[in-house]
Design a protein around this ligand. Structure first.
Ligand SMILES: *[C@@H]1O[C@H](CO)[C@@H](O)[C@H](O)[C@H]1NC(C)=O
Ligand SMILES: *[C@@H]1O[C@H](CO)[C@@H](O)[C@H](O)[C@H]1NC(C)=O
Ligand SMILES: *[C@@H]1O[C@H](CO)[C@@H](O)[C@H](O)[C@H]1NC(C)=O
Ligand SMILES: *[C@@H]1O[C@H](CO)[C@@H](O)[C@H](O)[C@H]1NC(C)=O
Length: 517
């Protein structure tokens, strides 16, 4: 219980609610939709009448979208919104969703041109390498059940779920929601598979228990891992919305952040290191608070405690995006394990001061210190932070470039399409290792968006509708390059070298001070 509270409280301050409130996006959407329906009906009647004379139509008219920039007519992507049952019916899964993904049939898009996946996708191979030789048996999967929250089985493009225990908040639901959206994005493209998923924070499969030629480590999916563990990392639930903290789904949130960033130029931002969060989830964070500005010391920091309970009671009124992205430097520090706040901090156009982590999520291994962030020592945080901020204020061009590189990484390599493709390739590569044919578990029921979203209410329902994939993608997934250990080796080398370099600068700087009389 204690751990659960810790996790549940490990919540980063959301400044995005204000945006949310200011832009009644739902109303806008609804208005647009209503307008579209009226337009469609009107034109449909016209169209039927004119069908005899006209052999073609410009689809854009029907959608109410001006296509002046694109003179070639485009097809209407056929969309499949939620089909909720009326109160007297029981909710079933619709049968009309495409079961095959064939984007090449769209003549307007060169969709069969493939793009290469971002380089951090290489870690998929690395995370699965423990099973390269042995493959994955049903027995190994069964071993992973001990801590799992659910079993997911995909057979013929449909998802079946067996739930074992309650997860923190709605982590499991939004994770499954994401997988269902992937199935809608690429219908029929995922192979049959079976997996176990644990929604808690810390990894639980220690590699030292599973070494040697006969090792059969249980394959277990979760949101983060560390260098001593074999847990397979998977994007966290918040990409589809974190209802309990009112953090909206990633795709729209990224746009909100971009807009927020454009408001204050880097040079006009407060030249200190900012952090706001819950310090009670880990001793490292409590230690960080010692570095706050005080009468005795100025470590160039501005640190604040986030009272999340108060915040939620007041309807997130105190949340403010400007408080989040108005500093030149932002501190990232782990909580109970990795922290969901990471991607929001990196997106801020500020130079991220990244306190040496223990855990990793699926994308952080693609970032390099001095290129995307500034490494901060975990054992000398205050002096490390002070030096970093002073360096940045002395080298504004470089510091700004580091902040922008991270934001670009988040906006491009981490856009929702790439998150889907990461999951696609992870599951695809995983399924290749299975040594048995997955079957629908006895008594299991098919899971589909309707079964999740139709009974949902409030923010949960809102976020599900917002993050729903309405039609199959008009492109195929990016191409996953084959396993190349040298790429990961090079990345690690660069990471180590840059970190050492910064530590050296830091030591030289502080040495000068200690020599002064
Ligand atoms: C892509 O599709 C078009 C039309 O179907 C075809 O002519 C072309 O050869 C395809 N290109 C590739 C790279 O497969
Ligand atoms: C850190 O210092 C600032 C400025 O004095 C203050 O407003 C803030 O409450 C302090 N934070 C903590 C956690 O004590
Ligand atoms: C920043 O510049 C000042 C003035 O040139 C210098 O004294 C200080 O050592 C510099 N600090 C860092 C961290 O580069
Ligand atoms: C790794 O680094 C070496 C030397 O720095 C370089 O020659 C090699 O091409 C790099 N490999 C990859 C895959 O980037």
């Amino acid at each position: 219980m204690k751990e659960r509270e810790k996790c549940a409280n490990d919540i980063w301050h959301s400044g995005f609610e204000r945006y949310f409130k200011r832009k009644p996006w739902r109303a806008v959407l609804k208005k647009k939709r209503d307008a579209a329906i009226v337009l469609v009906t009107f034109f449909l009647i016209l169209f039927l009448g004119a069908l005899v004379f006209v052999g073609w139509f410009d689809a854009s008219v029907f959608r109410g979208v001006s296509q002046k920039t694109n003179p070639t007519p485009s097809r209407i992507p056929h969309e499949f919104p939620l089909q909720c049952a009326t109160r007297s019916q029981s909710q079933t899964c619709p049968k009309n969703y495409p079961s095959k993904h064939n984007p090449a049939t769209n003549p307007d898009r060169p969709s069969n041109l493939t793009s290469t996946c971002p380089s951090y996708f290489q870690w998929i191979h690395d995370d699965l390498r423990h099973w390269k030789e042995t493959g994955i048996t049903q027995d190994m999967i069964q071993q992973a059940r001990k801590t799992a929250h659910f079993r997911l089985v995909i057979v013929k493009g449909k998802a079946y779920v067996e739930k074992f225990r309650q997860s923190i908040q709605t982590r499991d639901a939004f994770t499954l929601w994401g997988i269902l959206q992937l199935l809608r994005r690429y219908p029929g493209r995922l192979p049959d598979l079976e997996l176990m998923f644990d929604c808690d924070d810390r990894p639980v499969i220690p590699s030292k228990h599973f070494s040697g030629p006969n090792a059969a480590p249980p394959p277990l999916f979760r949101y983060c891992s560390d260098w001593q563990s074999l847990d397979i990392v998977f994007p966290d639930w918040s990409f589809w919305g974190w209802a309990e903290t009112n953090i909206r789904p990633w795709k729209n949130l990224l746009n909100d952040i971009k807009e927020g960033n454009s408001r204050t130029k880097w040079k006009d931002r407060t030249p200190y290191a900012y952090w706001r969060g819950n310090p009670w989830v880990s001793p490292v964070r409590q230690d960080l608070l010692k570095c706050n500005v005080s009468e005795q010391n100025d470590w160039n920091t501005r640190l604040y405690i986030q009272d999340w309970v108060k915040e939620s009671k007041e309807g997130y009124k105190g949340s403010n995006l400007q408080d989040q992205c108005t500093h030149r430097y932002k501190i990232y520090i782990e909580g109970w394990a990795w922290s969901v706040s990471e991607k929001y901090i990196l997106a801020c156009d500020a130079m991220t001061l990244y306190v040496k982590p223990r855990y990793h999520d699926f994308f952080i291994r693609g970032l390099v210190p001095l290129q995307h962030y500034w490494p901060i020592r975990d054992n000398k945080k205050c002096t490390s932070l002070k030096f970093a901020v002073e360096w940045g204020n002395n080298h504004t061009k470089e510091a700004q470039a580091i902040g922008e590189a991270a934001s670009n990484f988040i906006q491009e390599d981490m856009k929702i399409d790439n998150v889907y493709d990461y999951i696609f390739h992870l599951l695809n590569e995983y399924a290749k290792l299975l040594k048995f044919k997955p079957v629908i578990p006895p008594g299991a029921e098919e899971l589909c968006p309707e079964k999740m979203a139709c009974p949902a209410i409030g923010t949960h329902r809102k976020f599900m509708e917002e993050s729903m994939v309405l039609a199959p993608s008009d492109t195929i997934p990016c191409t996953l390059p084959p396993h190349d250990p040298s790429i990961l080796g090079n990345l690690s080398d660069r990471r180590d070298k840059s970190t050492k370099q910064v530590e050296l600068w830091e030591d030289e700087y502080w040495e000068k001070f200690s020599k002064k009389p």
